[in-house]
Write a protein that binds this ligand. Structure first.
Ligand SMILES: Cc1cc2nc3c(=O)[nH]c(=O)nc-3n(C[C@H](O)[C@H](O)[C@H](O)COP(=O)(O)OP(=O)(O)OC[C@H]3O[C@@H](n4cnc5c(N)ncnc54)[C@H](O)[C@@H]3O)c2cc1C
Length: 228
C-alpha cells in the first residue's frame, strides 16, 4: 500500500490533520507507538482560547475557535463542548492595566471582552480568593473534552478511508517513506520492505513546504491503487 500522507502521532493535532486530509481525498495513514490521545493530549485541559500575544497568534487562534464552533454540532455529547468563557484574572492594579490593554486589543479585533472589577469578578467566579483587583471575561472561549474529540477525529478520518496503525513506532522519515522496525510489507515485485511508502519519494519536508502539494505528489514512482 502506498500513501499520500503518513501522520506520526494520533494526538489531537495528528487526528485533526488526518480528518482534514482524508476528507480532502488523500490516502492517509496515522501511526502511533501507543494509542489515540496517549501523549500530551491526555494531559491537556481542552481549553480553546483566543490569544493576543501577536496579530498572527490572534488570527490563528480565532480561526481555530471558529472551526471548533463549526465542528461542535458533529461532536459526540461526551465531548462536552461548551462555551465556558475565560477569565484573565488580575491580582493587582498593574495586572488590571494589562487586562485593560487586552480588552482594547480584543475589542478592536471584534471580540467581545468585558472588564471585571473586584465585585463583578467575584460574582462571575465565586471560588476565587478574596482581594483580587479584577479581570477580563471573554465569553466566547470554549472547552472540549480533548480525548473524546481526538477519538472522534480519528474515527472521522477512518470513515474517509484513513488507515490507523496503533502500537507501532516510526523510527525515521526517509526518502522511501516512514521506517517502521518490524514492518515487513510485501511490495509488488515480491520483495519485503520495512517502510510505509509515500507517493512522493522526495520525503515529507519538501512536500510539506510545497504550496501545491498535489502537483508535487503527482510524480511518484509508485502508483496509488484505486480505492475499493
Ligand atoms: C497540563 C497541560 C495542559 C494543557 N492545556 C491545554 C489547553 O487547555 N488548551 C490547549 O489548546 N492546549 C493545552 N495543552 C497543550 C496541548 O495538550 C498540546 O498542544 C496537544 O495535546 C499536542 O497534541 P499533539 O497531537 O501535537 O501531541 P501529542 O498528544 O503528544 O501526540 C503525539 C503522539 O505521537 C506519538 N508518537 C511520538 N513519537 C512517535 C513515534 N516515533 N512513532 C509513533 N508514534 C509516536 C505519541 O504516542 C503521541 O500519541 C496543555 C498541555 C499540558 C501538558
Amino acid at each position: 500500500m502506498t500513501y499520500d500522507v503518513a501522520i506520526i502521532g494520533a494526538g489531537i493535532v495528528g487526528a485533526a490533520c488526518a480528518a482534514a486530509l482524508a476528507s480532502a481525498g488523500l490516502r492517509v495513514i496515522v501511526i502511533d507507538r501507543s494509542g489515540v490521545g496517549s501523549g500530551t493530549t491526555a494531559a491537556g485541559m481542552g481549553h480553546i482560547v483566543v490569544m493576543d500575544d501577536s496579530e498572527a497568534q490572534f488570527a490563528l487562534t480565532s480561526y481555530s475557535q471558529k472551526l471548533w464552533d463549526k465542528l461542535s454540532g458533529e461532536l459526540p455529547q461526551l465531548s462536552e463542548y461548551e462555551h465556558c468563557g475565560t477569565i484573565w484574572v488580575a491580582a493587582d492594579d498593574e495586572e488590571l492595566s494589562e487586562a485593560r490593554r487586552k480588552q482594547e486589543f480584543y475589542t478592536n479585533h471584534g471580540l467581545a471582552a468585558q472588564l471585571l472589577d473586584e465585585r463583578t469578578l467575584r460574582a462571575a467566579e465565586p471560588n476565587l480568593r478574596e482581594g483580587l483587583a479584577g479581570g477580563l471575561l471573554i465569553e466566547s472561549d470554549s472547552v472540549v473534552y480533548q480525548l473524546t474529540a481526538t477519538q472522534f477525529l480519528i474515527d472521522k478520518a477512518q470513515r474517509d478511508g484513513a488507515e490507523i496503525r496503533l502500537g507501532s513506532t516510526a523510527a525515521a522519515i526517509t526518502d522511501e517513506g516512514v521506517r517502521q522496525p518490524g514492518l515487513a510489507a510485501r511490495t509488488r515485485d515480491g520483495s519485503e520492505r520495512d517502510h510505509v511508502a509515500l507517493r512522493s519519494h522526495r520525503g515529507c519536508a519538501p512536500a510539506a513546504r510545497d504550496r501545491d502539494r498535489r502537483v508535487r505528489l503527482a510524480a511518484p514512482a509508485l502508483i496509488r491503487p484505486p480505492r475499493p
